[in-house]
Every structure is written in structure tokens, then in C-alpha cells.
Design a protein around this ligand. Sequence first.
Ligand code: 13P
Length: 249
Amino acid sequence: MRRPVMAGNWKMYKTPAETTAFFEKFRPLVENSEHCETVICPPFTDLAAAVDAVRGSRIQVGAQNIAWAKEGAFTGEISGAMIRAAGAAYAIVGHSERRQYFGETDETVFKRTLAALEAGLTPIVCVGERLDEREKGITKTVLVSQFTKGIADLTPEQFARIVIAYEPVWAIGTGKTATPEMAAEAHRMIRGQVWAKYGSEAVAAIRILYGGSVKPDNVKTLMAQTEIDGVLVGGASLDPVGFASIVNF
Ligand code: 13P
């Protein structure tokens, strides 16, 4: 059985004080949520406040990006060792907003994934097609290409330590969720790639999360799909009560 990962990506929202206030409400609501891993990925400047606030609970903290280099002249970047030292356990890699606005490519996704693994972090590697790509009927081609160039050069040992998130770009922040069937179909495409490259044990073990307009009222039908092993939630993870109800779907 794959243990679900219920992850929140706060994007560029919340100050440290707001982070502390979030966890004061959120923590008691997920105290007994042993069915899953609960992860919050706040902005870098909130990592310390978040790690402080979750101490002694099962909640884990992640970064939203990670440098591929260990250290050096990389203005504005944060290394895996720094993220680890801050007390985080996860790092989102290759989010579509980074691909769209900050020049992230499959090559840099791969390098950042390696950096996360080297630092002892669990990378949540994001893939997903844009609306124009879905409309052109090339969703599978896009997913295969993102997998081949951004993931498939990992060794089997490295691959065993990652989590994949399928986030169709057209469903992010738009209120348009992929139907559970559409999401499951995309997850099966990704699993097909995993099978071809890493074999059946890896297919059985890899956790593939769905992201894109996940809300308290649609999480249950998404999680009912055996292909979906958790969610990566943007907007709806900012509210402690709402995100707790997602975690406790
Ligand atoms: P929304 O849940 O706001 O659509 O964002 C999804 C997302 O990008 C999570 O990484």
C-alpha cells in the first residue's frame, strides 16, 4: 500500500507570523491523521517558523524550489543543505510556475532533483501539460518527454526516493479540476513510463500526486482513484480548516 502524501504549496503567500497562526489552527485538526504524510511547503522565509510550529507533530515541511549547486555565486538561490538545515524534509521541483516564469527546463529539473536527493530531501517532481498541449492531443507526448528528460536518468535507488506530482497547468488556480478519470489516465501514462524504465516494483511503490484546483469538496472523488496517491494543493492549502479537511478526506 502506498502511503498518501497530502501536500500544500503555499506559493508566494504568508509571512512568518501568518505561518505561526496557520499552524496553531491546523495542528490540532490533523493530530490523528496517521493515514498519510502531511506536508506544507511555505516560502523560504517561513521555513523556520513552520519547522518551529510543527515540532513534535507528524506534519512535515518542504521548500518550493532548491538550487542545483551545493553553494557558490548563485544570487537568489537556496541550497539543499540550507533547506535541510532549516529542518525541511521535502522540496518541490519543477513546478509549472517555475517552468513558465523562471526558465525552468527538464534539464534543470533533473539537476535540482539530484540536489534534493543528495541533501537527504524528498523531491516532489512536478510534470503536467499546458492547455494548448492538451487541446492538440499531445498530453502523452509532453508527459513522456518531461519524464524522459527530467526524471528517467535517476538510478533506481534515486528514483525510489522521489514523489511525482501530476499538475495539468490548465487546472492550476483556475477552478477547473481534471476529472478524476482524466487525472487517473494521466497517472497511468506516467506509470507506464515508470514501468518501462524502472520495472514493476517501482510502479507499485511510486507515489503520484494530483494537483490543480483540489478543494475540500473534490478531494474525496480524486482520492477514490487507485492511481492517485495524494494531492498537491495550492490555494486551498492556505486555510487551516479547509486544508485539514483535505488531509482528512
Ligand atoms: P491550486 O490548488 O491553487 O490550483 O494550485 C495547484 C498547484 O499549483 C499546487 O502546486
